[in-house]
Design a protein around this ligand. Structure first.
Ligand SMILES: Cc1ncc(COP(=O)(O)O)c(C=O)c1O
Length: 352
């Protein structure tokens, strides 16, 4: 008797273990915590929660606030313990044995892992030059493979490229099943797929509080979908999956949207300046990014060696150089002005 499913035993666990490093630009977090005054209000909101009671079944205040923000009805919204949990529900509901899921490559590693665990077949579409979407190729693959589920990460982690909304419409028309667009970084991008929800009932958009909202520790994400699709996806979530503590903090963040939107504008400006600064270093190619991170390719140097040399100088980036097509590549988050300066200075020293 095998104690675990072969899919589980074959899997390498998704982990990240890094010591404390002064400049932490490896996880695409916000460089800024919430202001002290906002944290005091958060604590007050938490105090008002009756800890002895089960919360409302569907976190109705948060769901309603998200619906208002996106001009949708609350039955289009489902919340999760990070967008990771919403992804897990998506794969539980729409992947599974005998079904095919089309994923971008390279992209967020968790997709492949979760699809594999569901027992579905993984089909991967290589990005053009390993970094950008080529919509004509995607439409052709969807026509040929007829996947039950297509996942688009836009902007794509770790490459930063977005899938143009106009092109997405054509893909939605072609796709026989669901098309999920993971917009974890879309606050930093020019476009979002959300307006298409009114016209396509096979579209699911995933969002998170972990990046633009400075709330990675909150563990809060959500999906927007047609009421019919949301009803099916909800079946794959556990009851009370989002704690009322988390929900209260998410609601507070939405009330303070201008603060976080201002920070996003600052990071988008800093991204362009940082990209130019890094591209001026010898052997460095910086790919266009619509996210809060940059993908660099360093010619003639092993990515892992550069990563190690940066870490020794107190700058922790993400070594993505073992990813498909990403030889010599590193990913770094756009941080505070000090962090960006430190990252550029350290890389200049390493490449000297
Ligand atoms: C593309 C993408 N989707 C989803 C997530 C997961 O985010 P969350 O913190 O909301 O679970 C990440 C986190 O890095 C990500 O890069």
């Amino acid at each position: 008797v095998s104690r675990f499913r072969p899919e589980v035993e074959a899997l390498e666990a998704y982990t990240l273990r890094e010591g404390a490093v002064p400049v932490k630009v490896n996880q695409n977090e916000s460089p800024w915590d919430w202001p002290e005054e906002l944290k005091a209000r958060a604590a007050q909101r938490v105090r008002e929660i009756a800890f002895n009671r089960y919360p409302p079944f569907d976190e109705s205040d948060l769901t309603a606030a998200l619906a208002r923000r996106w001009k949708l009805t609350p039955d289009c919204v489902l919340v999760g313990n990070g967008s990771n949990e919403v992804l897990q529900a998506l794969f539980a509901a729409a992947a599974g044995p005998g079904r095919t899921v089309l994923l971008p490559r390279p992209s967020f590693g968790l997709y492949r892992q979760m699809v594999w665990l569901s027992g579905a077949s993984v089909a991967e579409m290589a990005l053009e030059g390993a970094v950008a979407y080529s919509p004509a190729t995607w439409r052709e693959a969807v026509r040929r493979l007829r996947p039950e589920l297509v996942v688009i990460c836009s902007p794509n982690n770790p490459t930063g490229a977005a899938y143009a909304t106009g092109e997405l419409e054509m893909l939605l028309e072609e796709a026989p099943g669901l098309v999920a667009v993971d917009e974890a970084y879309a606050e930093f991008a020019r476009e979002t797929a959300v307006p298409l929800l009114n016209r396509y009932d096979n579209l699911v958009v995933l969002r998170t509080f972990s990046k633009a909202w400075g709330g990675a520790a909150l563990r809060l994400g959500y999906a927007l979908a047609s009421p019919g699709a949301a009803r099916q996806l909800r079946k794959a979530l556990l009851p009370y999956n989002v704690s009322p503590v988390t929900a209260a903090l998410g609601l507070l963040a939405l009330e303070e949207a201008p603060l976080f939107e201002g920070r996003v504008r600052q990071l988008v400006e800093a991204r362009e300046a940082l990209a130019a600064g890094l591209a001026a270093l010898p052997g460095v190619t910086v790919y266009p990014s619509q996210a809060n991170f940059l993908l660099l390719r360093i010619s003639g140097r092993a990515g892992t060696a550069v990563y190690g040399a940066l870490k020794a100088r107190g700058v922790l980036v993400r070594d993505v150089s073992r990813g498909w097509g990403l030889e010599g590549c590193l990913r770094l988050t756009v941080g505070s002005p000090q962090e960006n300066r430190a990252a550029r200075t350290a890389l200049a020293e390493v490449l000297r």
